[in-house]
Write a protein that binds this ligand. Sequence first.
Ligand code: NAD
Length: 266
Amino acid sequence: MSEGQTTLKGRVALITGSTSGIGLATAHVLAEQGCNLLLHGLMSDVEGAILAADFAEQYHIKTFFSNADLRDAKSIHDFMDAGVKALGSIDILVNNAGIQHTENVANFPIDKWNDIIAINLSSAFHTIQKVLPAMAEKRWGRIINIASVHGLVASVNKAAYCAAKHGIVGLTKVVAIECAEQGITVNAICPGWVDTPLINKQIEAIAENKGLSYDEAKYQLVTAKQPLPEMLDPRQIGEFVLFLCGSAARGITGASLAMDGAWTAQ
Ligand code: NAD
């Protein structure tokens, strides 16, 4: 596949955490373009097999599913080996999987800190390290890290999340520089609020503490820092990923691209 190829048809994308939210929506967007998919996330083998079969049937693409736990480097290497064996390559890597836990630093549980750093940051190091040699050999690759507005600014009670997301913004820059001559672009997308299950607990906590309905609490959460008074649709992130895979984005690399409803414009 050459740099001149304008379609994603036949390319292979690995999207971590593509069983839910932003990852799942991105999987649909890339599948619509004929991209083969290495689907991944925490669901049972049976559920994963059904998801992979549904995608293959709906979009006439090849699919592979893994529920490897991203906290374990060996599991990451093993599932990527199995995915490449099944689908032939990984041309597009979307490091998307992530978790959240909110608590002040003094009380932040160590196991939550370790999990968030492992899943939201270290897993991207492992996947990137694994895909780079083949991408460099093909002289084509797209790496897109789903960071967050919290990769650019901080909020209280999010020490591990902000540390991981600032970390992935730094990782993005380094890999982009190192791979700039190899046909590989590396970027981070930094969304504000996106309507996914990840933030349910934060909404429920506001509703309970302030005696609000779920929708009122959701509105309060969004508008506390984000001027755009609405959550993004996960599909909008997927469409940004698609843009970054296309030829118009050839010169965009090493960037941390805010998609944050003017949150960081203030
Ligand atoms: P989500 O909870 O809907 O999906 C998270 C995905 O990660 C799931 O597929 C889950 O199975 C997977 N995952 C979690 N722990 C895992 C583990 N140990 N091993 C393997 N997979 C694991 O969340 P989402 O909102 O779609 O989040 C996707 C990414 O977007 C995350 O990195 C998140 O930080 C980022 N993000 C989300 C928002 C938002 O408002 N929702 C805003 C900015 C950035």
